[in-house]
Write a protein that binds this ligand. Structure first.
Ligand SMILES: Cc1cc2nc3c(=O)[nH]c(=O)nc-3n(C[C@H](O)[C@H](O)[C@H](O)COP(=O)(O)OP(=O)(O)OC[C@H]3O[C@@H](n4cnc5c(N)ncnc54)[C@H](O)[C@@H]3O)c2cc1C
Length: 305
């Protein structure tokens, strides 16, 4: 009831696209996931604000999706609303040493823009798929650097409050997580970069890309690292040492290239991936007494313990 009423109200109120029963396999890099009850592409801040208000009033659960490169959606789908940031959230401006960009901007586009202008500070992010919003929500990065380290400010849409600007130091940046998604929808951010030597920036970016091509199963659907690395160790190393490379459940397989990646070998379901995650966690706990924490975000009902 709440969903159909929300659908009617959203369709009437917004210039943005509202769809029902949108298959999430089309919106995740895993190419997995059943339908979201509602799927809303918000092109403007006023549409986003109205969408959030209506969903709150109708008591329909909602979430924001970037490029779905870190998300596993349940086979049964998600009975709430998935919000995607559209055109107005892809703008960006460069002012001195700062790049200000909408949260729907593709991260790679910002990385390329910084490179073209000879601005240093984003080389670590080359090859990370997804949007700026997703990168901020996840504090995406490499072992050496992460996006939180270059954030000057973030603007959030906070339900019931409107737009709220936060300085970088007012945000809790942890390893592959932040408090941002709990606080609101990330709509924009300003990144602090420095003047650099374009040839040196190119060398670092190329080296990072080479390392990625060697160590990641590119070209097969996946969602990046499945687990965050335990302190002082590497989840991939632990999983590989247990001989789990190539281990499959249904269509989900531990990558032969990097053991911390689970790939969709063609017909994987979310249940296959979750079963494989469970198997790996138990094996690592039994073998090393280490509890691996998933980095991948789950959307929908999985009945996880
Ligand atoms: C091949 C491959 C390589 C990868 N390599 C890396 C890597 O080197 N380092 C790394 O850190 N990650 C890596 N990842 C994981 C992933 O790309 C990052 O986490 C990325 O930043 C997610 O961005 P996204 O737009 O796809 O977010 P999504 O996957 O769509 O969303 C991720 C989370 O962010 C939230 N979110 C998204 N946008 C917003 C918003 N505007 N406001 C509030 N919350 C929001 C979502 O609700 C969700 O909880 C890799 C993934 C793949 C497939």
């Amino acid at each position: 009831m709440a969903v159909s009423s929300a659908y009617e109200r959203l369709s009437a109120a917004l210039s943005s696209h509202v769809r029902q029963d949108e298959r999430m396999s089309a919106h995740t890099t895993y190419r997995i996931g059943g339908p979201a009850a509602l799927f809303v592409v918000c092109d403007t801040i006023s549409d986003l604000s109205a969408t959030v208000d209506i969903l709150q009033e109708e008591e329909v659960e909602w979430t924001v999706l970037g490029k779905g490169s870190n998300v596993l959606v349940a086979d049964e789908g998600y009975d709430g609303a998935v919000i995607v940031l559209g055109s107005q959230f892809k703008n960006r401006t460069v002012d001195g040493s700062h790049v200000r960009a909408g949260a729907g901007s593709v991260l790679a586009v910002i990385v390329q823009e910084a490179f073209r202008r000879g601005m240093t500070g984003m080389e670590f992010a080359v090859g990370i798929p997804g949007t700026l919003g997703g990168a901020l929500a996840m504090n995406a990065g490499s072992r050496e650097a992460w996006i939180g380290g270059i954030v000057e400010s973030v603007t959030l849409l906070v339900p019931g409050e409107g737009l709220v600007a936060l300085g970088g130091s007012e945000i809790r940046w942890e390893y592959r997580r932040t408090d941002l998604p709990k606080r609101g929808v990330i709509v924009e951010a300003s990144l602090r970069l420095g003047p650099g030597d374009i040839q040196q920036i190119r060398r670092v970016m190329e080296a990072n890309l080479r390392r990625r091509r060697r160590s990641q199963p590119l070209g097969v659907p996946n969602a990046g690292s499945v687990f965050v690395n335990p302190e002082g160790d590497s989840a991939g190393r632990l999983i590989e040492e247990l001989g789990l490379k190539g281990y499959s459940i249904g269509g989900a397989t531990v990558s032969e290239v990097h053991a911390n990646f689970i790939v969709n070998s063609g017909d994987a379901t979310a249940s296959d991936v979750v079963a494989l995650i469970g198997h790996i966690r138990s094996a690592v706990e039994d073998g090393y007494g280490i509890e691996l924490r998933p980095e991948v975000r789950f959307l929908g009902s999985f009945g996880l313990a």
